[in-house]
Design a binder for this molecule. Sequence first.
Ligand code: FAD
Length: 138
Amino acid sequence: MYLTRLIYFSERNPSVDCDIQQILESARRRNAANSITGALWFNGSLFLQVLEGGRHNVSETYHMIARDHRHQNIELVECKAISERAFPKWSMGYHGDTKLNRERLLRFSGHDQLAPQEMSPESMLGLLMSLDLSDQAV
Ligand code: FAD
C-alpha cells in the first residue's frame, strides 16, 4: 500500500455535542489498529488534521471522518503519496487552543488565529509538525 498523506480542515458543528477527548480516544484507538499516524489541531471552532498511512486505510478513515456529524464544511486540502511519515510516533497528536499554539501559528500564518483558507498545505503541515510531547495531554 502506497504511503499517503491527507490534510483537511473543517468547522465544528454547533448543533452537535463535541467532546474532543472522546474524538481523540476513538481516533487513537482506531488509528493504532490501522497503522495511521497524524495530528489534529482544534481551537474550539475549527479542526485541522493530517492523516498518514497506507492509501487504502487513509482513504477509508477520511471517508468515515467526513461522515461524522460533529463537524461540517470539510475541505480537502491535499492528498498525496509520500516517501516517509512526518508523525511516525503519533497515533493522533493534538494541538489545543493554548498561548504556545497561538505563537506557533504566527510562525506559519499571517495571524495568531487559525485561518486555514489562507494557509498553504506546506504551512499547515509545518504547523502540525511543530507538535511536541507536552501537547499529548488534552
Ligand atoms: P466510538 O469510538 O465507539 O464512539 C465513541 C462515541 O463517540 C460514541 O458513543 C458517540 O458518542 C461518539 N460518536 C462516534 N461517532 C460519532 C458520529 N459520527 N457522530 C457523533 N458522535 C459520534 N476516527 C479515526 O478513526 N481516526 C481519526 O483520526 C479520527 N479523527 C477525527 C477527527 C474529527 C475532527 C472528528 C470529528 C472525528 C474523528 N474520528 C476519527 C472519529 C470518526 O469520525 C468516527 O466517529 C470514529 O472513528 C467512530 O469510531 P467508533 O465506531 O469506534 O465509535
